[in-house]
Design a protein around this ligand. Sequence first.
Ligand SMILES: [Zn+2]
Length: 271
Amino acid sequence: MDFDGVLLRRGEPAWNPLIADMLCHASVAHELWDRMLSAAHRSQFADELGCDGEQAARQVLALLAGVRRVGEASPMHMNGLGSRVHSPALEIARPSWQRGAERSGLTASVLRSRFPAEPVERIGAAVLPRLLGCDCPEVEDGERCTTPTHHGLNLAVHSMLLEDGNERHSDTVAVAARAAGRGPWPAIRKALVNDVARHVGLEPGRVPDLIQPGEGVRSLKRLRHFTGTVARLPVGDPSYGYALPDDPLETLSHRAHRIARTVVAHQARPA
Ligand SMILES: [Zn+2]
């Protein structure tokens, strides 16, 4: 069977092995903030984001770093779980994921050919504003929201995920929104984002209030650089073992903290 790494239990929160990596990236952001950033850097981050205090900036950065890959929860990008990875630990974890996907009746492979190949980042840019607190009723995924109090949220998402920031928003993001997938996909992405938010201790709906950059700010460069750095750190090393579909969020959170500490300590060690 072609396992696509997606599990949606009927009537229960969506689940997906992607969450394990997303939680790790959120924890890596916390670790980098706590152990690697100077006081001056932390203060500059809070200023750039327009956060009221460094604690808010720390949480916002961890949430954004964690949800950065949510575009992978879309038909084109749900590839077989670890099909390019070979490890004894994954051989043990994989059958249980396969049974879960089978129960859910949700396999992406049959849908794949109907969807255009859009970069994961653009799909993320299309769907994340809604998932992180833009509740404007007339705005659909991929459309530009013009509500002034949502400007910081949109700017943060686009700075993080689009190379050209906001410049070609309508060309790129609206197309990507169509590749994000309908049916169960929005619920899966919502559950992923909500789990990352619980992991970092921040309500997703509060994000627009927390990010209030100054007037005239066109791009959040520090945010883009920081979340890009987090994304490049290797949290998926097979030696860390694999999460299981029935692991509760608490177990996954502990696992993410442990891996993040290891990964960041490794970065900090002098070469
Ligand atoms: Zn909005």
